[in-house]
Design a protein around this ligand. Structure first.
Ligand SMILES: [Zn+2]
Length: 84
């Protein structure tokens, strides 16, 4: 994986970037105003990065709206409890 001059983590596909974006929102409860909200194709490295600027990613917006994010978060918390 090529390192980008932006210093941000790079994802080869939009799907992988979206997955990482949603994953970040499962692990950290960002609330409404902080954290990455979208993915974009970088002109420097030709790969995808997460960004906190712009319009919220459709999949993330959908997951927040329909409760999927909350479900995934709860599932993740359970996993954490079992592991300990
Ligand atoms: Zn880049």
């Amino acid at each position: 994986m090529n390192k980008c001059i932006s210093g941000k983590k790079s994802y080869p596909t939009q799907e992988m970037a979206e997955e990482a974006l949603i994953d970040a929102h499962i692990v950290y409860d960002y609330g409404r105003t902080s954290g990455p909200i979208a993915v974009y194709l970088c002109e420097d490295c030709g790969q995808y990065h997460l960004t906190s600027a712009g319009i919220m990613n459709e999949k993330l917006a959908q997951y927040r709206k329909d409760g999927t994010l909350e479900k995934l978060r709860r599932a993740r918390q359970w996993e954490g409890k079992y592991r300990k």
